[in-house]
Design a protein around this ligand. Structure first.
Ligand SMILES: NC(=O)c1ccc[n+]([C@@H]2O[C@H](COP(=O)([O-])OP(=O)(O)OC[C@H]3O[C@@H](n4cnc5c(N)ncnc54)[C@H](OP(=O)(O)O)[C@@H]3O)[C@@H](O)[C@H]2O)c1
Length: 231
């Protein structure tokens, strides 16, 4: 049985992933909200995703005990901020909040949890990104902060993959676009013609992508159908 850390465990996609994985794997579910522990699911709660808290949390996880890390945190909008329709709507506070939630937090989890991965078997470090973070795929514009923070995450993932390859680590680091899924993050932006998935359907597809990954995939961005997305 493998051990998988799922970060942002209270989130819609994270919860569905935990439901999908917990029948076969041991899950360490990390959240700012209490997630009840259940068969194969141990919850670790942090007040906020500061670097100090993430470092302290990592001390509860044994060195060499993890097979996979899945970071499923993310931020698009809240009461104060809506995705920017134009440059005039850009604000430093919105941009910095997006960068922190969508890029810095996943990378801090990688920083402190990658050393906890097993050393001599193929392991995974996965962060949920978004197709809109692809610069080459950007045809509509808008959503300045969200797009940029996901593009930055994709770059950080590529960097990490290069470093781990040099260190001859057997860790495949990828960014994963989950597709469009009903969740508090996305539902306010529902468009008639997009292909919406239920969280469980999405989780099943994501797990299928993950079990087929090879070390040579490290540094890439994939969607929920295992199709590579260009940066
Ligand atoms: N839903 C979609 O259609 C869609 C499409 C493309 C990409 N994605 C990506 O998929 C991931 C999961 O999205 P979701 O749809 O499951 O969203 P969600 O239900 O809103 O869950 C996101 C989770 O991220 C954490 N979070 C929220 N605000 C945060 C902040 N300011 N700083 C750090 N963490 C924060 C929370 O986890 P805790 O409360 O457990 O701490 C929250 O439950 C995100 O990275 C999102 O960008 C989603």
């Amino acid at each position: 049985m493998s051990t998988i850390a799922v970060i942002g465990a209270h989130g819609t996609i994270a919860s569905a992933l935990i439901d999908e994985l917990a029948c076969k794997h041991q899950i360490i579910a990390v959240s700012r909200t209490h997630v009840p522990s259940s068969t194969n699911v141990q919850c670790l709660t942090v007040e906020d995703y500061t670097e100090d808290n993430i470092e302290a949390l990592a001390q509860h996880i044994d060195q060499g005990s993890l097979d996979a890390i899945i970071v499923a945190t993310g931020f698009l909008h809240d009461k104060s901020y809506q995705p920017e329709k134009n440059l005039e709507a850009l604000s430093s506070s919105h941009f910095l909040k997006s960068m922190e939630a969508n890029c810095l937090v996943p990378m801090l989890f990688f920083k402190y949890l990658i050393p906890k991965l097993k050393q001599h078997s193929l392991t995974l470090a996965v962060a949920l990104s978004a197709r809109v973070g692809s610069i080459s795929d950007n045809r509509l514009g808008g959503w300045y902060s969200y797009r940029s923070s996901k593009a930055a995450l994709n770059m950080m993932i590529k960097n990490t993959a290069i470093q781990l390859k040099r260190q001859k680590r057997q860790t495949c680091v990828i960014a994963l676009h989950p597709g469009t899924v009903f969740s508090p993050l996305s539902s306010p932006f529902k468009k008639q013609n997009s292909q919406w998935q239920q969280p469980q359907q999405c989780a099943q597809k994501l797990v299928k992508v993950l079990i087929n990954l090879e070390l040579s995939d490290s540094g890439k961005i994939f969607d929920h159908n295992a199709k590579e997305i260009q940066p």
